[in-house]
Design a protein around this ligand. Structure first.
Ligand code: NIG
Ligand code: FE
Length: 392
């Protein structure tokens, strides 16, 4: 945009709005062909057929390309020091993934300056943006002291509004034989210092991380400080985490790789989103979650990158969509919805993840005639231009 009051994006061959009740085809993706979108002051002011478009102060043609809502990546851990390429290499030769790898990133993160942390996280946000992500949630969790967790949240807050306190990522090594002492710290001084810097609280509820009892204590303490609840659960095996997330009214429970029938039923009967993280199974060689089972039961499913140096060092939502379609039994339409509107639901946002009047003008132009190409052409850089709040 050039600062004009109204701006028309036009000659859109295929527009995915995610608005089934809007001017589109009535499907969940709300597809409008030969479309245009009017942007005013960072918001969508009008959506419809290009031939019906209102007058605007200026216009951009996308020459028949497909456009989609910006991706909403509702799960990332991008504030960290070091990397774990050697751990990945070992994994590809048969060493299993374990939650303990997180501690090596904690050491590198504590050793990194604020300036290095912000520079590296900002570079990852830019990498995400270039691949179509216009909203990203960012967690702490590689500090595990009061000062380091606060530092990571301050960096995250420079880059997004969707900041999550994950002091309960693993038990800090200083508390190796005193997990309850670490939980006391998390719900005490750490939460006091961190809650004002975050919107959400998260816990890794898994064998090797936190028990359901510890997770409940941490999440309810966070909620009492005004934080919304999210959770990591059932990544490495079945467990009670998913049902606990539903019971506590979590906005989202993430991973959901190993689900029981009761977990699926609980998710389907709730407004807790099941967020699937295809990059994790890809990068850990774990079996993929069965998205079909969740969708057929009626659960709301999101897809996110989980960008982090251990289990999933991808920043690419198109990659995640391609894997979800190929290996998690999602249709291309379901995968795109989950990576946009699904992510918005996981963040309890209704102003993003769809292209509707009044919503944010977060839009992606694809170098393709159809959104199908996101899964059909895996690994190909199909994101041509990205508008965030109406600005290119
Ligand atoms: O979401 N599961 C816990 N946390 C991250 C992994 C972080 C790491 O391995 O460093 C995840 O996969
Ligand atoms: Fe994670």
């Amino acid at each position: 945009m050039t600062g004009a009051a109204t701006h028309l994006i036009t000659n859109i061959g295929q527009l995915v709005t995610n608005d089934p009740t809007g001017p589109g085809d009535g499907s969940p993706l709300g597809i409008v062909t030969d479309a245009a979108v009017l942007v005013n002051d960072g918001r969508i002011a009008w959506v419809g057929r290009a031939s019906d478009a209102p007058a605007a102060d200026d216009a951009t043609s996308v020459d028949g390309a497909a456009m989609i809502p910006g991706f909403v990546d509702s799960h990332s851990h991008i504030v960290f020091g070091g990397d774990r390429a050697a751990e990945f290499e070992a994994r590809m030769s048969g060493t299993p993934y374990s939650a303990g790898g997180i501690r090596s990133t904690v050491g590198a993160t504590r050793a990194a300056s604020d300036a290095v942390l912000i520079e590296r996280a900002a570079a990852l946000v830019a990498e995400m943006r270039a691949q179509g992500t216009t909203t990203v949630e960012i967690k702490s969790g590689y500090g595990l002291t009061v000062d380091d967790e606060r530092r990571l949240l301050m960096v995250a807050g420079e880059l997004t509004d969707e900041v999550t306190f994950l002091g309960a990522h693993v038990v800090a090594s200083e508390f190796e034989n005193n997990a309850e002492g670490y939980v006391d710290l998390v719900v005490g001084d750490m939460l006091d210092a961190c809650a004002p810097l975050a919107r959400w609280i998260d816990v890794f509820c898994e064998t090797g991380a936190f028990t359901p009892e510890q997770s409940r204590r941490i999440l309810t303490a966070g909620a009492s400080m005004g934080l919304g609840i999210r959770m990591h659960a059932s990544q490495l095996g079945e467990g009670p985490g998913v049902r606990l997330a539903v019971e506590l009214g979590a906005a989202s429970v993430d991973h959901c790789t190993y689900l029981t029938d009761d977990d699926v039923a609980a998710l389907a009967g709730s407004n807790t989103v099941a967020t699937l993280l295809p990059g994790v199974e890809f990068s850990t060689r774990h079996p993929y979650p069965n998205a079909r089972r969740l969708l057929d039961a009626g659960a709301t499913v999101a897809i996110a990158s989980d960008c982090n140096p251990g289990s999933s060092f991808t920043s690419s939502m198109p990659f995640c969509i391609a894997v979800a379609v190929r290996d998690m039994r999602m249709t291309p339409a379901e995968a795109l919805w989950s990576a946009t509107a699904g992510g918005a639901a996981a963040l309890r946002r209704d102003d993003i993840g769809r292209i509707t009047v009044g919503g944010r003008a977060d839009l992606v132009e694809l170098a393709a005639p159809s959104y199908l190409h996101l899964a059909y052409r895996p690994g190909v850089p199909l994101v041509r231009r990205v508008w965030k709040d109406g600005i290119l």
